[in-house]
Design a protein around this ligand. Sequence first.
Ligand code: ADP
Ligand code: NI
Length: 218
Amino acid sequence: MHSDEELINLTAEYVKNLLSGEGSGHDWWHIQRVWNNAKSIAAHEQADIFIVELAALLHDIGDHKFHNGDETVGPRMAREWLEKHEVKNETIDLVCAIISELSFKGAGTTSAMSSLEGCIVQDADRLDAIGAIGIARTFAYGGHKGREMYNPNIPPVLHDSFEAYKNSAGPTLNHFYEKLLLLQDRMHTTTAKRIAAERHQYMEEFVNRFLAEWDGRL
Ligand code: ADP
Ligand code: NI
Protein backbone atom coordinates (compact mmCIF):
# COMPACT_ATOMS: atom_id res chain seq x y z
CA MET A 1 0.00 0.00 0.00
CA HIS A 2 1.22 3.47 -0.89
CA SER A 3 0.52 6.71 0.93
CA ASP A 4 -1.76 9.13 -0.92
CA GLU A 5 1.22 11.28 -1.82
CA GLU A 6 3.21 8.33 -3.16
CA LEU A 7 0.29 7.22 -5.30
CA ILE A 8 -0.17 10.71 -6.74
CA ASN A 9 3.53 10.83 -7.67
CA LEU A 10 3.45 7.33 -9.18
CA THR A 11 0.34 8.21 -11.14
CA ALA A 12 1.94 11.41 -12.46
CA GLU A 13 4.95 9.36 -13.65
CA TYR A 14 2.67 6.78 -15.30
CA VAL A 15 0.66 9.42 -17.17
CA LYS A 16 3.78 11.35 -18.12
CA ASN A 17 5.22 8.22 -19.74
CA LEU A 18 1.98 7.54 -21.58
CA LEU A 19 1.36 11.04 -22.94
CA SER A 20 4.75 12.72 -23.35
CA GLY A 21 5.39 14.15 -26.80
CA GLU A 22 1.77 13.81 -27.95
CA GLY A 23 1.12 16.42 -30.65
CA SER A 24 -2.60 17.25 -30.60
CA GLY A 25 -2.74 19.26 -27.38
CA HIS A 26 -3.63 16.29 -25.18
CA ASP A 27 -0.06 15.74 -24.04
CA TRP A 28 1.52 15.53 -20.59
CA TRP A 29 1.76 19.34 -20.37
CA HIS A 30 -2.02 19.57 -20.72
CA ILE A 31 -2.38 17.11 -17.85
CA GLN A 32 0.11 19.03 -15.75
CA ARG A 33 -1.79 22.31 -16.33
CA VAL A 34 -5.13 20.67 -15.51
CA TRP A 35 -3.62 19.14 -12.36
CA ASN A 36 -2.37 22.58 -11.28
CA ASN A 37 -5.66 24.29 -12.17
CA ALA A 38 -7.54 21.63 -10.21
CA LYS A 39 -5.37 22.13 -7.13
CA SER A 40 -5.83 25.93 -7.28
CA ILE A 41 -9.61 25.62 -7.63
CA ALA A 42 -9.83 22.97 -4.89
CA ALA A 43 -8.00 25.29 -2.48
CA HIS A 44 -11.25 27.34 -2.35
CA GLU A 45 -13.63 24.37 -2.04
CA GLN A 46 -14.36 21.73 0.60
CA ALA A 47 -13.35 18.85 -1.65
CA ASP A 48 -11.47 15.56 -1.30
CA ILE A 49 -8.15 16.61 -2.83
CA PHE A 50 -6.92 13.02 -3.32
CA ILE A 51 -9.89 12.27 -5.61
CA VAL A 52 -9.44 15.61 -7.42
CA GLU A 53 -5.75 14.98 -8.10
CA LEU A 54 -6.20 11.38 -9.25
CA ALA A 55 -9.04 12.30 -11.61
CA ALA A 56 -7.12 15.29 -13.01
CA LEU A 57 -4.07 13.13 -13.66
CA LEU A 58 -5.97 10.22 -15.20
CA HIS A 59 -8.71 12.10 -17.11
CA ASP A 60 -7.22 11.86 -20.62
CA ILE A 61 -5.30 8.55 -20.63
CA GLY A 62 -7.79 6.84 -22.93
CA ASP A 63 -9.53 9.78 -24.63
CA HIS A 64 -12.39 8.68 -26.94
CA LYS A 65 -11.01 10.93 -29.71
CA PHE A 66 -8.02 8.63 -30.02
CA HIS A 67 -9.91 5.34 -29.54
CA ASN A 68 -12.46 5.46 -32.36
CA GLY A 69 -15.00 7.27 -30.20
CA ASP A 70 -14.98 4.58 -27.50
CA GLU A 71 -15.68 6.39 -24.20
CA THR A 72 -15.14 3.32 -22.05
CA VAL A 73 -11.38 3.04 -22.63
CA GLY A 74 -10.38 5.95 -20.34
CA PRO A 75 -12.28 4.90 -17.21
CA ARG A 76 -11.21 1.28 -17.80
CA MET A 77 -7.51 2.12 -18.00
CA ALA A 78 -7.82 4.30 -14.89
CA ARG A 79 -9.56 1.50 -12.98
CA GLU A 80 -6.86 -1.01 -13.93
CA TRP A 81 -4.13 1.34 -12.78
CA LEU A 82 -5.82 2.10 -9.44
CA GLU A 83 -6.71 -1.55 -8.78
CA LYS A 84 -3.11 -2.55 -9.39
CA HIS A 85 -2.16 -0.16 -6.59
CA GLU A 86 -4.84 -1.43 -4.22
CA VAL A 87 -6.74 1.82 -4.00
CA LYS A 88 -10.06 1.56 -2.08
CA ASN A 89 -12.99 0.59 -4.32
CA GLU A 90 -14.98 3.59 -3.21
CA THR A 91 -12.16 5.91 -4.37
CA ILE A 92 -11.79 4.06 -7.67
CA ASP A 93 -15.53 4.36 -8.36
CA LEU A 94 -15.51 8.10 -7.68
CA VAL A 95 -12.45 8.75 -9.85
CA CYS A 96 -13.76 6.64 -12.74
CA ALA A 97 -17.19 8.29 -12.58
CA ILE A 98 -15.52 11.68 -12.93
CA ILE A 99 -13.49 10.53 -15.92
CA SER A 100 -16.53 9.17 -17.72
CA GLU A 101 -18.64 12.28 -17.05
CA LEU A 102 -15.99 14.85 -17.88
CA SER A 103 -16.12 15.24 -21.66
CA PHE A 104 -17.83 18.01 -23.55
CA LYS A 105 -20.63 16.35 -25.52
CA GLY A 106 -21.92 19.06 -27.87
CA ALA A 107 -23.46 22.55 -27.68
CA GLY A 108 -27.02 21.27 -27.32
CA THR A 109 -26.24 18.68 -24.65
CA THR A 110 -25.62 18.88 -20.91
CA SER A 111 -22.89 17.08 -19.01
CA ALA A 112 -23.86 17.12 -15.34
CA MET A 113 -21.16 16.17 -12.86
CA SER A 114 -22.25 14.03 -9.92
CA SER A 115 -19.66 15.25 -7.39
CA LEU A 116 -17.98 18.46 -6.30
CA GLU A 117 -14.63 16.82 -7.12
CA GLY A 118 -15.91 16.21 -10.67
CA CYS A 119 -17.01 19.84 -11.01
CA ILE A 120 -13.53 20.96 -10.02
CA VAL A 121 -11.76 18.68 -12.51
CA GLN A 122 -14.18 19.60 -15.30
CA ASP A 123 -13.60 23.31 -14.63
CA ALA A 124 -9.82 22.72 -14.58
CA ASP A 125 -9.92 20.82 -17.90
CA ARG A 126 -12.16 23.45 -19.49
CA LEU A 127 -9.94 26.32 -18.40
CA ASP A 128 -7.19 24.69 -20.45
CA ALA A 129 -9.52 24.62 -23.47
CA ILE A 130 -9.94 28.43 -23.52
CA GLY A 131 -7.69 31.50 -23.61
CA ALA A 132 -4.31 31.61 -25.36
CA ILE A 133 -3.53 27.98 -24.63
CA GLY A 134 -7.01 26.94 -25.68
CA ILE A 135 -6.53 28.67 -29.03
CA ALA A 136 -3.13 27.01 -29.53
CA ARG A 137 -4.44 23.56 -28.59
CA THR A 138 -7.38 23.91 -30.94
CA PHE A 139 -5.26 24.72 -33.99
CA ALA A 140 -2.79 22.00 -32.99
CA TYR A 141 -5.67 19.51 -32.91
CA GLY A 142 -7.07 20.73 -36.25
CA GLY A 143 -3.63 20.41 -37.84
CA HIS A 144 -3.19 16.95 -36.33
CA LYS A 145 -6.48 15.95 -38.00
CA GLY A 146 -5.54 17.65 -41.30
CA ARG A 147 -8.45 20.10 -41.17
CA GLU A 148 -8.83 23.53 -42.77
CA MET A 149 -8.27 26.42 -40.34
CA TYR A 150 -11.37 28.14 -41.64
CA ASN A 151 -13.81 27.87 -44.49
CA PRO A 152 -16.46 30.59 -44.77
CA ASN A 153 -18.69 28.21 -46.73
CA ILE A 154 -18.99 25.71 -43.88
CA PRO A 155 -21.01 27.14 -40.96
CA PRO A 156 -20.62 25.92 -37.37
CA VAL A 157 -23.10 23.32 -36.09
CA LEU A 158 -24.55 23.34 -32.57
CA HIS A 159 -24.52 19.57 -32.08
CA ASP A 160 -27.43 18.16 -30.13
CA SER A 161 -25.92 14.74 -29.47
CA PHE A 162 -22.54 13.40 -28.39
CA GLU A 163 -22.47 11.18 -31.50
CA ALA A 164 -22.90 14.17 -33.82
CA TYR A 165 -20.27 16.15 -31.89
CA LYS A 166 -17.78 13.26 -32.01
CA ASN A 167 -18.29 12.77 -35.74
CA SER A 168 -17.93 16.43 -36.68
CA ALA A 169 -14.96 17.25 -38.90
CA GLY A 170 -15.53 20.92 -39.67
CA PRO A 171 -12.90 23.63 -39.99
CA THR A 172 -11.05 24.51 -36.79
CA LEU A 173 -12.50 28.00 -36.39
CA ASN A 174 -15.96 26.42 -36.09
CA HIS A 175 -14.84 24.74 -32.87
CA PHE A 176 -14.87 28.17 -31.18
CA TYR A 177 -18.64 28.42 -31.79
CA GLU A 178 -19.29 24.72 -31.27
CA LYS A 179 -17.52 24.50 -27.90
CA LEU A 180 -14.93 27.03 -26.74
CA LEU A 181 -17.11 30.16 -26.54
CA LEU A 182 -19.79 28.18 -24.70
CA LEU A 183 -17.56 27.09 -21.83
CA GLN A 184 -17.58 30.34 -19.84
CA ASP A 185 -21.27 29.83 -18.99
CA ARG A 186 -20.75 26.20 -18.05
CA MET A 187 -18.16 26.62 -15.29
CA HIS A 188 -19.17 25.41 -11.83
CA THR A 189 -16.86 27.10 -9.31
CA THR A 190 -16.44 30.80 -8.57
CA THR A 191 -12.68 30.53 -9.08
CA ALA A 192 -13.02 29.04 -12.57
CA LYS A 193 -15.79 31.49 -13.55
CA ARG A 194 -13.49 34.40 -12.75
CA ILE A 195 -10.56 33.02 -14.78
CA ALA A 196 -12.86 31.94 -17.63
CA ALA A 197 -14.34 35.43 -18.03
CA GLU A 198 -10.94 36.88 -18.86
CA ARG A 199 -9.93 34.04 -21.18
CA HIS A 200 -13.28 34.24 -22.95
CA GLN A 201 -12.81 37.92 -23.72
CA TYR A 202 -9.34 37.22 -25.13
CA MET A 203 -10.71 34.43 -27.37
CA GLU A 204 -13.56 36.61 -28.63
CA GLU A 205 -11.04 39.24 -29.60
CA PHE A 206 -8.93 36.60 -31.35
CA VAL A 207 -11.88 35.34 -33.41
CA ASN A 208 -12.91 38.89 -34.32
CA ARG A 209 -9.40 39.75 -35.48
CA PHE A 210 -9.08 36.45 -37.36
CA LEU A 211 -12.27 37.20 -39.31
CA ALA A 212 -11.34 40.84 -39.85
CA GLU A 213 -7.93 39.88 -41.25
CA TRP A 214 -9.55 37.18 -43.38
CA ASP A 215 -11.88 39.76 -44.89
CA GLY A 216 -9.11 42.33 -45.31
CA ARG A 217 -10.78 44.67 -42.79
CA LEU A 218 -7.63 45.06 -40.65
P1 ADP B 1 -13.13 17.40 -23.48
O1 ADP B 1 -11.74 17.74 -23.03
O2 ADP B 1 -14.22 18.10 -22.73
O3 ADP B 1 -13.36 15.93 -23.70
P2 ADP B 1 -12.86 17.65 -26.29
O4 ADP B 1 -12.26 16.33 -26.25
O5 ADP B 1 -14.02 17.90 -27.17
O6 ADP B 1 -13.29 18.08 -24.87
O7 ADP B 1 -11.75 18.68 -26.66
C1 ADP B 1 -10.53 18.88 -26.01
C2 ADP B 1 -9.72 19.88 -26.82
O8 ADP B 1 -9.34 19.27 -28.07
C3 ADP B 1 -10.53 21.09 -27.26
O9 ADP B 1 -10.62 22.05 -26.28
C4 ADP B 1 -9.80 21.53 -28.50
O10 ADP B 1 -8.63 22.24 -28.19
C5 ADP B 1 -9.43 20.21 -29.12
N1 ADP B 1 -10.49 19.79 -30.03
C6 ADP B 1 -11.43 18.84 -29.85
N2 ADP B 1 -12.25 18.74 -30.92
C7 ADP B 1 -11.81 19.67 -31.80
C8 ADP B 1 -12.21 20.08 -33.12
N3 ADP B 1 -13.24 19.54 -33.74
N4 ADP B 1 -11.50 21.08 -33.71
C9 ADP B 1 -10.45 21.65 -33.11
N5 ADP B 1 -10.03 21.31 -31.87
C10 ADP B 1 -10.69 20.34 -31.23
NI1 NI C 1 -8.23 17.18 -20.88
